[in-house]
Design a binder for this molecule. Structure first.
Ligand SMILES: [Zn+2]
Ligand SMILES: [Zn+2]
Length: 306
C-alpha cells in the first residue's frame, strides 16, 4: 500500500506521565517516539481536582504543537462509574466526567477514553440504561465540547463490568441521544480476555467481521495495544508486554498491517517504562513497514502508572 514510495504509516504511542504538570507530557511523548499519546489530565485515583490555569493550558497547547504528536487521548479516572445504581456514586461520577470533558476541551484533546462502568447488582440492562442516562445528561450539559469524542473502551468483563461484548457497546451507542459524539477503543488484551480470538487467522477475521456487523468499523477510534497475562476468555484484565503474554506476536503484526485496523491510532499500556515503550513502538513500526515479525522487545517489566 506504499504511496509515492513511502512506507505505510501507523500512528502509535503510549501512555505518558504528567508528573510535574500536564504541559510536560507532549515533550515526553515526543522523546519516546510517540505520534499518539495517552495521558491522565488529573490524578486518576482521586476525586479532587484543581482547575487548570490559563498558563498550563497555553503551555500544553504550545508543547503539543512543537511535537510530532498527531493524536492525543485522555484516559478518564478509574473511580468513575456512570452506570452505578447508587445515586451518590453516580452523581459524583457525572460531575467528575464533566470536569474531565471540560479539561479535554480546554487542552484541545480530541479523544476522551472511558470504561463503561459496572452495573453492580442491578443487571446488564439496567446498568446500560443508567449509563445512557448519565451520558445524555453529560452531553446536554456541554454542547460546547463536541470537538472531544467520547470513546467507550471494551473491557475484559471482570465482575459486573459493562462493555465486554460488541453487543453491549452497541446497546450503549444505540441508546444515547447524540451518538455522533461517541466512538470505540478496542483494548487488545481486554478483547482477547473477553473471548474474542485475535490469535488465529479465522478468529481475527471473525472478530473484525463481528465488530463491523455489530458496531461498524467507522466507530473504531483507538486501540489500546497490550498483550495479555490472562488466558483466552479468562475475563482477566492483566496487561503483558507485547509478544510476551498469552497472545504472542502474531496479532500485533495483523493489527499494524490489516487495512481495517492499521490506520487507527494505537496507544500502548504495557507494564514498562519510557525506554520499554520506545522499543515497543519501534517494533510495531518495523512490522508495519516490513510485514514481518522482528525480534521481540525486552521482556523486563517495570511497574508503571497503569
Ligand atoms: Zn486499556
Ligand atoms: Zn486493562
Amino acid at each position: 500500500m506504499a504511496m509515492n514510495g513511502s512506507e505505510p504509516q501507523i500512528t502509535v504511542g503510549c501512555h505518558v506521565s504528567t508528573s510535574g504538570g500536564v504541559e510536560l507530557a507532549p515533550g515526553r511523548g515526543h522523546a519516546i517516539g510517540c505520534d499518539a499519546m495517552q495521558l491522565f489530565t488529573r490524578n486518576q485515583r482521586s476525586w479532587r481536582t484543581r482547575p487548570l490555569a490559563e498558563e498550563e493550558i497555553a503551555a500544553f497547547r504550545e508543547a503539543r504543537a512543537a511535537s510530532r504528536l498527531r493524536t492525543v487521548m485522555s484516559h478518564d479516572s478509574y473511580l468513575i462509574n456512570l452506570a452505578s445504581p447508587v445515586a451518590e456514586m453516580r452523581g459524583k461520577s457525572i460531575a467528575a466526567f464533566e470536569d474531565e470533558l471540560v479539561r479535554c476541551h480546554q487542552l484541545g484533546i480530541e479523544l476522551l477514553n472511558f470504561h463503561p462502568g459496572s452495573h453492580l447488582a442491578s443487571g446488564v440492562a439496567q446498568g446500560i440504561a443508567t449509563l445512557v442516562e448519565s451520558l445524555d445528561l453529560i452531553c446536554a450539559h456541554h454542547p460546547e465540547t463536541t470537538g472531544v469524542t467520547l470513546v467507550l473502551e471494551t473491557v475484559a468483563g471482570q465482575g459486573t463490568n459493562l462493555g465486554r461484548t460488541f453487543e453491549e457497546i452497541a446497546a450503549i451507542l444505540d441508546g444515547v441521544r447524540e451518538p455522533a459524539r461517541f466512538a470505540v477503543c478496542v483494548d487488545t488484551c481486554h478483547c482477547f480476555a473477553a473471548g474474542y480470538d485475535l490469535v488465529s487467522d479465522a478468529g481475527w477475521e471473525a472478530s473484525w467481521d463481528a465488530f463491523d456487523r455489530i458496531l461498524g468499523l467507522q466507530r473504531l477510534a483507538a486501540f489500546h495495544v497490550n498483550d495479555s497475562k490472562g488466558a483466552f476468555d479468562s475475563r482477566k484484565d492483566r496487561h503483558a508486554r507485547l509478544g510476551r503474554g498469552a497472545m504472542g506476536a502474531a496479532p500485533f503484526l495483523r493489527l499494524v498491517t490489516d487495512p481495517r485496523t492499521r490506520h487507527v491510532p494505537m496507544f500502548l499500556e504495557t507494564p514498562t517504562d519510557p525506554a520499554g515503550y520506545a522499543a515497543e513502538i519501534v517494533w510495531l513500526r518495523t512490522m508495519a513497514a516490513t510485514g514481518a515479525i522482528p525480534p521481540l522487545p525486552p521482556a523486563e517489566e517495570v511497574k508503571g502508572q497503569l
